[in-house]
Design a protein around this ligand. Sequence first.
Ligand code: MF3
Ligand code: CO
Ligand code: CO
Length: 286
Amino acid sequence: MIGRNDFCWCGSGDKWKKCHYPEENTSVVDEYHKRYGIIIKDAEQIEGIRASCRLAAEILDKTCSRAVAGVTTLELNDYAHKLHLDAGAIPAPLNYSSPPYPKSICTSINEVICHGIPDGTVLNDGDIVNIDVTCILEGYYGDCSRMVVVGGKTTEERQRVVDVSYECLMRSIDIIKPGALISDIGAVIEEYATSQGCSVVYQFVGHGVGVGFHEAPEIQHCSNDNDIPLVSGMTFTIEPMINAGKAEGIVDTEDHWTVKTCDGMASGQWEHTILVTDDGYEILTL
Ligand code: MF3
Ligand code: CO
Ligand code: CO
C-alpha cells in the first residue's frame, strides 16, 4: 500500500498526495489544467472552435487567391479585415500583445520567417508569401496559414521551403492521436526537414488555441523532450517554419515583429489548428 507521501504510481516523480491521490478527483481535464495549464475542450467549446476555424480557413482561402503580382500586402490585409467584419468576427492579431501588432493578418515574404506586417510592399512573380489568419468568432479562436507562390513559379530554393514546410506539417499531423507525445511532433518535423537539407526554426512554436489565442502547451517544431501525452479534446496549432539555410531568425529592431532569416535565405510555413479525437485527429482549418 503506498502512502500519501510516497512517490505516485504513475511515475511522475511527485508525491502521491500531489498527483493521483483519489481525494483530488483527478479527472483528465482537471489534471491537465492543474499540471500543464492545458484546457481540454468540452463539446460546446469544440463546436465554437470548429466554426471559428472554418471561417479562418475560408478567409485565408479567399485572401490567398488575391495574392497575385502587383497587389500590395496592405491590400490583402484590408480585404481579409473586411471578410472578418462581414462574418461578425474579429481579426485576433490586430492590437495583439506589446507593442500592439498593427494589422489584421501576417504576410511574410521570401526571407521573412513570420509576423511580417502588411504594408505598401508589392508582390512580384516568383515571391513566396505566407499569409496567416487568426479569427475570433463568438469568443473562439481559429488559426491557420499557407504559402502562396506568386505567379506559380519560383526559384528552387524558395520552392523547396514551400514544399518541405507543407510536408512537415502534414506528416506531423498524421501521427496525432491520444497517447502520442507532444515531442513526437517535433521529431517528425525535424527528421523530414533535415533529410531535405532544410533547418527548423526553434524560436517560434505552435500553441494550444481555441478559447485563447496562445494557450498552453507550446508545440515545438524541433526535436524536444516534452513527454506530455496527447488526449482527446486538446486543440492546438502546428506551424513549422522551415529555412533553406540557417535556423536562426532575427527580429526587426524597429517594428519589433518582423522576423527574418539571419542569412537572407528563404523560409516557408504552413499552419493548421488540430483537434485530438478519440481515435486520431481532425484538421479544423482545412
Ligand atoms: N497567427 C500567428 C500564430 O500562428 C500569431 C501572429 S501574432 C501577431 O500564432 F500578432 F503577429 F499577429
Ligand atoms: Co498559430
Ligand atoms: Co497563425
